[in-house]
Design a protein around this ligand. Structure first.
Ligand SMILES: Nc1ncnc2c1ncn2[C@@H]1O[C@H](COP(=O)(O)OP(=O)(O)OP(=O)(O)O)[C@@H](O)[C@H]1O
Ligand SMILES: [Mg+2]
Length: 325
């Protein structure tokens, strides 16, 4: 592997982003992989789908992250009666001037929590997904740019209840990462209860000591450094071989798209930067393969019946594709 002695991530910037974990940790016990994933998404300006059964702190995690950042944030509960205009904004009539003016919806923010996205009908989901992709909203034929960064963290429940609307498969590609929150370990769960027993109130994060420790300026500086993280040709080739292998997997009806390949490159670079390295290794690519690719493949019905999952297909691909040395 070629060494790149010319660039090392700045320790101060890395410490700044590391402080985010500490702040989130004041509210959320464990869930380290999800916290890291969210930081990577911020570094890449990518959107995240957060999945987990009820009560594993999906909402709390994103609320804590928002509280640890000096950024504009918004939160929308995606209920069955939510309308597209409730997300993007709408024209309102001003009687004084006798004119219509645009009232910005909650997408006009830096960090948006789209809570329980699969509880709202497709039309409203589509308005958010479109804003995520275009980073602008068109109302009355006029495009309005969203702030920069604009990062959506959408939560959803994997259990399909009646009255939920699963996100269209084709739209899932718009999420940079899909993070899954596991149930806590026993000692972690004891720590959760201990905090509650000693006065932790999830509704009052300031009282729990969660304060802004990073902001848009610092994130932009970190992002510029991530852009300098080098990728050797053989590592690029490895990432491409991985996604190409998904396309010929007999268990899949749809493999990872080229957009998915670019996402894998982006997340692996951010991960390398967080680890303090100015270059990407094949292990970085491996480490990000599951969260970056798991939602970008479609299983064949037969494979699904046999118990094959997106995760097991990715494991097979990772085991089969030769790793450059
Ligand atoms: N890992 C954890 N650390 C700290 N608190 C936790 C943890 N897991 C669960 N809790 C507690 O459980 C509560 C429920 O969490 P939260 O509302 O964020 O869950 P959720 O995953 O969003 O659930 P739902 O799918 O029902 O919306 C939290 O407010 C907190 O008190
Ligand atoms: Mg929730």
């Amino acid at each position: 592997m070629t060494e790149h002695p010319h660039f090392t991530p700045s320790p101060e910037l890395r410490a700044g982003l590391g402080a985010l974990r500490t702040e989130v940790g004041k509210a959320v016990v464990g869930q380290d992989a999800a916290v890291t994933g969210l930081v990577i998404a911020l570094l890449c300006r990518g959107h995240v789908l957060l999945e987990g059964v009820p009560g594993v702190a999906k909402t709390l995690l994103v609320r804590a992250l928002s509280a640890a950042l000096d950024l504009r944030t918004s939160r929308v509960q995606f209920t069955p009666d939510l309308m597209p205009g409730d997300v993007t904004g709408s024209l309102v009539y001003d009687a004084r001037t006798a004119e219509f003016s645009f009232r910005e919806g909650p997408v006009f923010t830096n960090l948006m929590l789209a809570d329980e996205i699969n509880r709202t009908p497709p039309k409203t989901q589509a308005s958010l997904l479109e804003a995520m992709e275009e980073r602008q909203v068109s109302v009355d034929g006029r495009p309005r740019h969203l702030p920069d960064p604009f990062v959506v963290i959408a939560t959803q429940n994997p259990v399909e209840y009646e009255g939920t609307y699963p996100l269209p498969e084709a739209q899932l590609d718009r999420f940079l990462l899909k993070l899954t929150l596991p149930l806590p370990e026993r000692d972690q769960e004891i720590e959760v209860l201990h905090r509650h027993a000693t006065g932790f109130d999830p509704r009052d994060l300031a009282a729990a000591g969660v304060h802004p420790v990073s902001d848009g300026v610092q994130l932009a500086a970190a992002r510029r450094e991530v852009g300098q993280v080098q990728v050797a040709p053989e590592v690029l080739g490895y990432a491409v071989d991985l996604v190409r292998a998904t396309r010929s997997s007999p268990s899949l009806s749809l493999g990872v798209s080229p957009r998915g390949a670019t996402a894998l490159l982006a997340t692996a670079r951010a991960w390398a930067w967080l680890a303090g390295r100015g270059y990407v290794t094949p292990d970085d690519v491996k480490a990000l393969a599951h969260p970056t690719l798991r939602h970008r493949v479609q299983l064949r019905a037969e494979a699904e019946l046999e118990g094959v999952t997106a995760e097991s297909v990715l494991d097979t691909v990772l085991a089969a594709v030769p790793v450059p040395r």
